[in-house]
Ligand binder design. Sequence first.
Ligand code: NDP
Length: 263
Amino acid sequence: MDLGLAGKVAVVTGASVGIGLAVSEGFAAEGASVVMAARGADRLAAEAGRIAAERGVETLALACDVATAAGCAELVARTTERFGGADVLVNNAGSGSNETIQEAPDEKWQAYWDLHVMAAVRLARGFVPTMRARGGGVVLHNASICAVQPLSYEPIYNVTKAALMMFSKTLSTEVVGDGIRVNCINPGLVLTPDWVKTAKQLTADSGGDWQAHLDGVAREHAANGRFATPAEVADFMVFLCSERASYSVGSTYPVDGGMLRGV
Ligand code: NDP
């Protein structure tokens, strides 16, 4: 299937590892230029350089903090300077949390709000005009199953991801007339290096069988009993950003191995 992404410019936040890195690889494999954003410059530059060399596409590694207005402004400005704007924006940068509502301070709520919601707001304000000028575009948000099926240990994550899902729907109606499609996905368990690191930490004092720990997590939560690979989720995301998904507008799609217990 030709996804029609060759020659397009795709911006991916949180692109240095995990799902965002796999999405960047996916766009590059389709012949798109990829602007890769994350805070840590070294890892990002290494991955962007590797992808450009392996796939023969242009990549731009842009070290910035998308949880800040200045970081978002820089991402928009540098992308516009280099490519004249973007055809695709994937708001992927995000992070799990761990707290109780009773104990978490205002600052922690604000930090996650800035990362999960304001980054999407600010980047929409920045990139939508460039998409309009190019005759259309795609915005895809990466929320989480926790947006609709909360995990008790991370209330701030649940709430801010639910807000991102609603932002996605609302933005979609505002820009659909400009030929810009906006959607959202809710992944379940995705086996990123961070999950492995956490599993190793949690099992360090009890024999170190981190794989058994992860298998247990997967059996407990996912109907199909396993984690997704980042590439499995990325394939779906790249498809949603392509012309082959042209009738998908304003929706949120679970990609969760059956983890969602409702319909
Ligand atoms: P990882 O922790 O593996 O990677 C996160 C990426 O985001 C890194 O590139 C990180 O780089 C970057 N990042 C984090 N904060 C910022 C910031 N303020 N500004 C710019 N870049 C930032 O994440 P995952 O791949 O696991 O998750 C990606 C998205 O998918 C997240 O939104 C997450 O909530 C969601 N998700 C993940 C699931 C999973 O099981 N893995 C399940 C459901 C949803 P750096 O630290 O250098 O900035």
